[in-house]
Write a protein of this length. Structure first.
Length: 267
């Protein structure tokens, strides 16, 4: 007991304890200063930016090469923003981008930025319609990624676009939904556009899960082709060669079946 009291009264131990107390007080003081500085910074930021009337949104500039170009009023509605009320710095740009991507199906990409002092700038890359769904008079079109879009929000729609038929739509079609089962049909359509422009597909049925049924024209003559849903580049190359050979030889048959391991049966 006497030894313990001696240790407590030892001048060296007393100095160590005092040093620890001073360090603890210093750290607490620094924490208080940092907290106060942070709160002051937040308050100053609000005063300078988020609560500053000079940064109230006066205009939304929408730039796009398609339908959405200049559609500032409609974009403001989609964002639930009020021009003349919302502050440019109280808005989270990433959240605004996510909101538009979720609400507008024909947007492929979007950039949202601030233009000081009071303009919100939105640059949109729109999806390109590649086919109609079920009918050329349908309100629904799809892009090459199988995304469904409303025709009314798409610019410069080509009325000669292919029509995708045979789709089971008992569960309905919704704006923005993806339809994976039409992927091979869109592969064929895009290959005809980019690699085989002399093959013009007007309609393509996806009813059969193993093959596509295509109505197409080549050199102003119409054909019907049954094409397996695989190796689409190879299949269209074989199809094109078979049609050219048939036309050059005077063969008038117009039904081609490619379901024979790369061989073509004309009917």
């Amino acid at each position: 007991m006497a030894a313990s009291n001696a240790q407590k009264n030892d001048p060296k131990n007393k100095k160590d304890r005092q040093k620890l107390v001073r360090v603890a007080l210093f750290l607490l003081g620094m924490a208080a200063i940092i907290t106060a500085s942070f709160l002051s910074f937040q308050s100053a930021s609000r005063a300078l930016f988020a609560k500053n009337e000079h940064f109230i949104v006066r205009s939304i500039e929408v730039r796009s090469s398609g339908w959405w170009n200049g559609q500032s009023k409609l974009i403001a509605e989609k964002l639930d923003m009020v021009i003349g009320r919302d502050n440019l710095f109280s808005t989270d740009l990433r959240e605004l981008r996510s909101r538009l991507m979720a609400k507008i199906s024909n947007i492929e990409d979007i950039t949202v930025s601030r233009k000081l002092p009071d303009i919100l700038q939105i640059s949109i890359v729109e999806r390109i319609p590649r086919a109609f769904l079920m009918s050329s008079r349908s309100q629904w079109v799809v892009d090459e990624s199988c995304v469904v879009m409303q025709k009314q929000y798409c610019n410069n729609i080509n009325n000669d676009m292919p029509v995708i038929l045979g789709l089971d739509i008992r569960n309905g079609v919704r704006d923005g939904m993806e339809i994976p089962e039409i992927g091979s049909a869109l592969d064929a359509i895009m290959l005809s556009v980019r690699n085989f422009p002399d093959i013009r597909i007007s309609a393509i049925s996806v009813r059969n899960s193993e093959q596509l049924t295509c109505i197409l024209s080549f050199r102003e003559k119409q054909y019907k082709a049954f094409i397996p849903r695989k190796k689409m580049m190879f299949m269209l190359s074989v199809l094109r060669s078979a049609i050219i050979k048939a036309q050059d030889s005077g063969d008038s048959r117009t039904v081609l079946d490619l379901n024979y391991n790369g061989n073509v049966i004309l009917k």
